[in-house]
Design a protein around this ligand. Sequence first.
Ligand code: MTE
Length: 321
Amino acid sequence: MLIKVKKASDAKSSEITPHSVYLDRRKFLATAAIAGAGVAFGAIAPPAFAAMTPQMLPGVQKSKWTLDSVGEKMTDKDPVTKYNNFYEFGTGKTDPYKNATKFKTKPWTLAIDGAVEKPGQYNLEDLLKPHALEERVYRMRCVEAWSMVIPWVGISLADVVKRVGIKSDAKYVAFETLNDPKQMPGVRRPVLNWPYKEGLRIDEAMNPLSLLAVGLYGEEMPNQNGAPIRLVVPWKYGFKSIKSIVKMTFQATMPATAWNESAPQEYGFYSNVNPTVNHRRWSQAKERRIGDFLKRPTKMFNGYEEEVGQMYAGMDLRKLY
Ligand code: MTE
């Protein structure tokens, strides 16, 4: 994501980007330029930042979303885990990897409330227990026009929704990330209106592609990728895939989202990958797969049109971006 640059006279005092963030942003742009040039990522982070040895997740089953079905090369683990957006740990691409090493993700409680039959504070392990973890290789497209192919591990969001039993007025689900200034240096600055918030329409949440991910590459989710549990919605721009979720609220009204609150003209609620609708400041027609030199055309719904297109039939996706 890019922080929107406004004229100074446009900004409310709460929105003025602190100088340190501006410097972070310059660092980020420099890193992005390196990424664009296709430089190897292993070189980005010195070993001093290396997190503890990742734990393999036991009993992970194959799903229908395999590398073969994607028909492409998997992105190397290094860029996936060292080149991140997780503003709670800093706005630079390598900040999350460096700053999230001590982030405490066990035990973890997920609050599920609103229009559900079984609201409550769910211990994450208990929530996961009845479900088999499965691996799903998804294409991921960031709004900044870079993309990756990532083998996630997780469970269907729909399975969790069915378990808590939604009521008829649950038209949307709102998600929230942990907001802990003690552990998350990024939330001490008003870069976004914390906590990070996202939302889905209920049919989107029930779509078989929507995943609650707890790992990648067969291993537990690294902190910088949104441990211990994050959303993955591969037909939408990356910012919809909210990390380190502590709350899910089922409700009748469209939820507020962090990026829509920050820059409504640039980030709508739906945020479906759509090569025909440009971002206000750049084209969305092409993308650069991390590791590739040349750009490739972006596909409608990130190539998942068959699975999700029907949900948007009859909608004007220019207006409902
Ligand atoms: N979730 C939270 N809580 N905070 C964030 O800053 N960034 C989003 C999304 N989820 C973000 C977040 C953006 S802009 C992207 S592109 C993806 O996470 C990046 O996920 P990755 O770092 O695992 O590739």
